[in-house]
Design a protein around this ligand. Structure first.
Ligand code: PLP
Length: 396
């Protein structure tokens, strides 16, 4: 075996795997309904696509550009981030990457030394622990449950702090739970981090997708003391239905931003110019489509919560952001479903795919067995049909 230990130790992204399996079954003619993908079903708004078409025809974009990103896009991101975080942001603090996922990889690589511990509340987005390990760090998971609305607390963070704790990964609204922390809790967490010199990596990719009474608060905005050790990551994927365009970014204190730029200059060079121009059009153009999509997600969210709550054995905490619902299926474990005893949510998701042709992601993937993640970023009809199939299978 000549494959490196690093790669052998790594888990494949389970969400991408579920999505790929569902897409392959669909392509083979199976009537699969996919709740697995973390991507909007809407097309990218036309004015963004048109900006990209114009950019593709312009020779300037046929060439290499600065590794950290197009100056106009870095400036636009600095402006948008200053507005959302209440902090002043210079364009030099922005590093544009190949999606938020790549921005996070850059962050961990620029920040961590071997053995540095990073606090990661669970359920967590699947790539955080793998990327931390790739950078030589040690993810320290902090379990949370539906009893605390999937939110960590200063007490829990403090209980896991050691003299090797370098950073905390904070995400609100959260993938996979849809939890949105109240501003005073975020402030308390930010102040705790600042008082111990702990870095915060705050993932704001779902910041525009909040519903009902919930509001988004940016950690450095409500805890200014934490700002000098905070790195914000964000991107266009979720807000503008641009998952395939691959543009995300990190906004960091200058020394870290320079480090990420240096890394990128050796590893990838600039992100595709056409995609960067599209992202610029997204950030600076009309925002009506964002609100239209958010309204549709909210409608689907309420439907999903009601329909899932009505199924015996499923317990739902109402998500307030992103486009996921993360119900507990603990009440159905131990049952026989389609002639098969199901003891874990991992087994349950296999039975759901085989018997009901419904693809969901097991909580095990996010460090929280007993739960299942369903994305409601799919059409209203598929949403209703998919949940009806789950109900039918579980009550068969
Ligand atoms: N952060 C979170 C919490 C996510 O859910 C995702 C995508 O699923 C990302 C970051 C990265 O998104 P992208 O790489 O598509 O910009």
């Amino acid at each position: 075996m000549s494959l490196s230990q690093r790669i052998r130790d790594m888990e494949e992204s389970p969400t991408l795997a579920v999505t790929a399996k569902a897409k392959a079954l669909k392509a083979a003619g199976e009537p699969v309904i996919g709740f697995g993908a973390g991507e909007p079903d809407f097309p990218t708004p036309p004015h963004i696509v048109e900006a990209a078409q114009r950019a593709a025809a312009d020779q300037v974009n046929h060439r290499y550009t600065p590794a950290a990103g197009l100056p106009a896009l870095r400036a636009a991101i600095a402006e948008v981030t200053a507005k959302s975080s209440g902090q002043s942001v210079a364009p030099e603090q922005v590093v544009i990457a190949n999606g938020g996922k790549h921005a996070l990889y850059n962050i961990f690589m620029a920040l961590l030394d071997p053995g540095d511990q990073v606090l990661v509340p669970a359920p967590y987005w699947v790539s955080y622990p793998e990327q931390i390990r790739l950078a030589g760090g040690v993810p320290v998971t902090l379990p949370t449950t539906k009893a605390t609305n999937f939110q960590t607390t200063v007490e829990q963070l403090e209980a896991h702090r050691t003299d090797r704790t370098k950073a905390l990964v904070f995400v609100s609204p959260s993938n996979p739970t849809g939890a949105v922390y109240p501003a005073d809790e975020i402030a308390a967490i930010g102040e705790w981090a600042a008082s111990h010199g702990i870095w915060v990596i705050t993932d704001e990719i779902y910041r525009q997708l909040v519903y009902g009474d919930a509001t988004f608060a940016s950690l450095p905005g409500v805890a200014p003391a934490a700002a000098e050790r905070t790195i914000i990551t964000d991107g266009v994927a979720k807000t503008y239905a641009m998952t395939g365009w691959r543009v995300g970014w990190a906004v960091a204190p200058l020394a870290i931003a320079k480090g990420m730029g240096k890394l990128q200059s050796q590893v990838t060079s600039n992100v595709c110019n056409v995609a960067q121009v599209a992202a610029l059009a997204a950030l600076t153009g009309p925002q009506d489509a964002v609100e239209e999509m958010r309204t549709a997600f909210d409608r689907r969210r309420r439907y999903a919560v009601d329909a899932l709550s009505a199924i015996d054995g499923i317990a739902v905490v109402e998500p307030e952001g992103a486009f996921y619902v993360f119900p507990s299926f603990e009440g159905v474990l131990g049952r026989h479903i389609a002639g098969r005893r199901v003891d874990t949510t991992l087994e349950l998701t296999e039975v759901l795919l085989e018997e009901a042709k419904v693809a969901v992601v097991p909580g095990e993937a996010f460090g929280s067995p007993g739960y299942v993640r369903l994305s409601y970023a799919l059409g209203d009809d598929d949403l209703a049909e998919g949940i009806a199939r789950i109900a039918e299978l579980l009550t068969r």
